[in-house]
Write a protein that binds this ligand. Structure first.
Ligand code: NDP
Length: 331
């Protein structure tokens, strides 16, 4: 292959707890080995990307590193022939952007087993407005549906509703016919959440009221929680008999401190959601739903577009819970 140079964001360790980010010129030889080379067109910002970019513990072990857990683009070459040059593919999760150079570079090289063919019904741009956040939101809805919680079951609570996973969970649930109660810490985003299809918007405090009791008043048929900690406890304690709560995030806390009463007296289920190692068969089904009858109606209304040059302030904002909807990164 001829020498190809490209632009990428590079995070380097600059001191004990200091990390420096710069936009650099890279060549294909800088990429790790792998059977699939992709020219990336869009990536996105997820909570984990900010952790990686700012050198926070738990995501990336080795620097220098290019973050970006999401990427869409076209295949340049594929050993083994699973994809042909020019095929549009989505890569999310696995090790992309964690310790494998990720979507904040114009090229990625990964295992072909990590890629999903871009489904009909989604443009590359739309697939990254969704990205890991949309995939995780859809996987959460998929899990609720699999636990028998359909639209007829009753209200679904979505916590952290103005963020990436939350806003897309609201939109997907509404599109799938559920009645959604969106819980947010940002009173100013009420109209945004109603426009995504929430039937009702409540404050974070309202979710938490009474959560110190062993059980709370039965309110939700199900819940999609991204917050963790006391919010997840409150969601579980206020879910109705036979309901289910999905857990994917920890923005408030990774702790879960509660009794077993909701599980053994109300038959409530706690459903774990992992987008990273999600098996390919489920991955394909969930992307198909996202491209089809669960595709949110107003995807453009949840997105702000950035480039590698304008991404920096967003890393800090997302860790403070200040990002609304999704941040798209154009490569
Ligand atoms: P965002 O920052 O976009 O959204 C999180 C939202 O949670 C915020 O916008 C805010 O919404 C709310 N929030 C923030 N801080 C607090 C707090 N201290 N207490 C209560 N609510 C808070 O992040 P993402 O949507 O990208 O990710 C959400 C979580 O899901 C993260 O923990 C992330 O790591 C996890 N995640 C897990 C995945 C998996 O595979 N398991 C995949 C993707 C994400 P509001 O102001 O509306 O309340």
């Amino acid at each position: 292959m001829t020498k190809t140079n490209f632009t990428a964001l590079l995070v380097e360790k600059a001191g004990e707890k200091e990390y420096r980010r710069s936009i650099v010129n890279r060549s294909l030889e800088d990429l790790p080995p792998g059977g699939l080379l992709v020219r990336v067109r869009y990536s996105s910002l997820n909570y984990k990307d900010a952790l990686s970019a700012l050198g926070k513990p738990g995501v990336t072990k080795n620097y220098p590193h290019t973050p970006g857990i999401d990427a869409v683009g076209e295949v340049v070459e594929c050993l083994g022939g699973a994809f042909a040059p020019g095929d549009p593919v989505i890569v999310t999760g696995f090790d992309l952007g964690m310790n494998t150079a990720g979507g904040y570079g114009q090229y990625i090289r990964v295992s072909p087993d990590w890629a999903v063919r871009l489904p009909d019904g989604l443009s590359p741009r739309e697939s990254m407005i969704l990205g890991t956040a949309g995939f995780t939101a859809a996987l959460s809805v998929w899990k609720l549906a699999g636990a028998g919680i359909g639209p007829e079951a009753g209200d679904i609570l979505v916590t952290g509703a103005s963020g990436g996973v939350g806003s897309l969970a609201v939109a997907i649930l509404a599109k799938a016919g559920y009645r959604v109660t969106a819980a947010t810490g940002k009173a100013a985003e009420k109209d945004f959440l109603l426009s995504l299809g929430a039937a009702e918007v409540i404050s974070r405090d309202e979710v938490l009221a009474g959560s110190d009791r062993p059980m709370m008043k039965e309110r939700w048929a199900g819940a999609v929680d991204v917050v963790g900690g006391e919010t997840l406890v409150a969601a579980i304690k206020s879910t109705r008999y036979g309901g289910a709560v999905t857990c994917c995030g920890l923005v408030a806390s990774p702790e879960l401190s509660m009794n077993v009463f909701p599980f053994i007296l109300r038959g409530v289920s706690l459903l774990g959601v992992d987008s990273v190692q999600c098996p390919m068969a489920s991955r394909l089904k969930v992307w198909e739903k996202l491209a089809g009858d669960w595709k949110p109606a107003h995807l453009e209304s949840v997105v702000e577009e950035t480039t590698l040059e304008t991404l920096e302030p967003k890393f800090h904002a997302i860790l403070k819970g200040q990002v609304k909807g999704r941040v798209l990164v154009k490569l």
